[in-house]
Design a protein around this ligand. Structure first.
Ligand code: NAD
Ligand code: ZN
Length: 405
């Protein structure tokens, strides 16, 4: 038996933010990030609409990118004081993910972060509040997913929380919010979405309900992402939907080791002055992981289907896989994303020698590989890597080497 779960309601299209006026409740806690939503007037609109719905509103601001356990605990305390019956999270994946974790802690004040991390082990929510998510980036699709990614900065590790309990009740996918994204954010979040769709399609948990969502999302992202990056707002709106479809697929089909590797490399070099941004990490690792996974016959066939849908040509599955890899690398080039960690600058742009020196990378490699294999996303990858293989794969991602094992 398998389960397929999505939010009860999804409002989409330009101006759909206004639907907040129709939420029924007494008190809404609005969770938001560092300032973009305020600067562009969306936060004021959210508060006004909720007040029009007759609710008392309090705002929890300042949720940082890649939110920390500390922020989650602080937010839960604020909720405990205010006692909301609606949690409305607006912004990128970071504030929405943080709000999801705050929600768990608000409903179960005794729960520890370790207990929240037990995959599909979150106790029944909605005894105190329901959850509405409004994305302002086009990538994570956290507005429809059963996931939340929280960073433990003491360990330098990102932990994915996973349970259908944290799938939001209401998602509002309004493309107006995506229009203000700077180019770099469009690129990174867009390749995150492409990775979600491809990993979901080849995941061992794929099914008839997730495949159409994944494959259609791939096609849309192929057609829309680069143009959206170059300023086409019609394509930008289409990307906002595409990332959401990809999210519906991966929330139910799960992901694979591109995400395991991104989770374990994202914050581990933080002491050197930068993060490897989630979407950029995925974009660099995806072609390498496809090369690795394609040694599994079932996965190879599925990559072949993806290549066919994308119209990439190829006389057999081997050639189709090659064409798919070349196409994705071409997208990275078009989006100004480096192909490997060695060339990943502190500003995320390609450069000769990036911010992660070779010796530091090699020194931390065994730990990263061990953690990546243990990541919650590894279980549904079509090929199970040993720690040794994971080390080799990560080396290919550092030096941009072919994957021949
Ligand atoms: N829950 C999931 O299913 C899931 C899936 C993939 C990734 N993630 C996690 O989500 C996080 C990344 O989220 P993200 O990529 O959406 O970025 P983000 O939320 O971290 O935001 C990045 C920056 O963009 C700014 N920003 C956001 N929207 C904007 C807009 N419309 N205009 C201008 N600036 C804007 C923010 O203020 C912030 O400074 C990571 O922690 C990642 O691990 C979660
Ligand atoms: Zn992702």
């Amino acid at each position: 038996m398998a389960r397929f779960t999505l939010p009860r309601d999804l409002y989409h299209g330009k101006g759909s933010l206004e639907t907040l006026k129709t939420l029924k409740g007494e008190r809404a806690m609005v969770c938001v990030g560092g300032g973009s939503m305020k600067r562009f007037g969306f936060l004021d609109r959210v508060v006004a609409y909720l007040e029009e719905a007759g609710m008392k509103v309090e705002v929890f601001e300042g949720i940082e990118p890649d939110p920390s356990v500390t922020t989650v605990m602080k937010g839960a305390e604020a909720m405990e004081k205010f006692q909301p019956d609606w949690i409305v999270a607006i912004g990128g994946g970071s504030p929405i993910d943080a709000a999801k974790a705050m929600w768990i802690k608000y409903e179960y004040p005794e729960i520890t972060f370790e207990q929240m991390c037990v995959v599909f082990g979150i106790p029944e929510l909605r005894k105190k509040a329901r959850f509405c998510a409004i994305p302002s980036t086009s990538g994570t699709a956290t507005e429809v997913t059963a996931f939340s990614v929280i960073t433990d900065y003491e360990k330098g590790i990102k932990y994915p929380l996973a349970d259908f309990e944290i799938t939001p009740d209401v998602a509002i996918v309004d493309p107006d919010l995506a229009e203000t994204m700077p180019k770099k954010l469009v690129a990174h979040t867009g390749m995150d979405a492409m990775t979600h769709a491809i990993e979901a399609y080849v995941s061992t948990a794929n099914c008839d309900f997730t495949d159409p969502l994944a494959i259609f999302a791939i096609k849309m992202i192929q057609s829309d992402l680069v143009d959206s990056y170059n300023g086409d707002m019609t394509k930008r709106a289409s990307m906002h939907n595409a990332q959401c479809l990809a999210g519906m697929a991966f929330s139910n089909a799960l992901l694979g080791i591109v995400h395991s590797m991104a989770h374990k490399t994202g914050a581990i070099f933080e002491d050197l002055g930068a993060h490897i941004i989630h979407g950029a990490a995925n974009a660099m690792y995806l072609p390498k992981v496809i090369e690795f996974n394609a040694k599994d016959e079932t996965a190879k066939k599925r990559y072949g289907v993806i290549a066919d849908y994308m119209g990439l040509g190829g006389k057999d599955d081997d050639e189709k896989v090659k064409n798919l890899i070349a196409y994705l690398r071409g997208m990275n080039d078009a989006l100004n994303i480096p192909q490997c960690i060695k060339n990943y600058g502190a500003d995320s742009y390609p450069c000769e020698q990036g911010f992660v020196p070779e010796d530091v990378f090699l020194e931390r490699l065994p730990e990263i590989a061990k953690n990546a294999v243990a990541d919650a996303c590894t279980g549904s990858n079509p090929r199970q890597p040993s720690v040794e293989e994971m080390e080799k794969l990560l080396k290919c991602c550092y030096y941009d080497l072919p994957v021949n094992f």
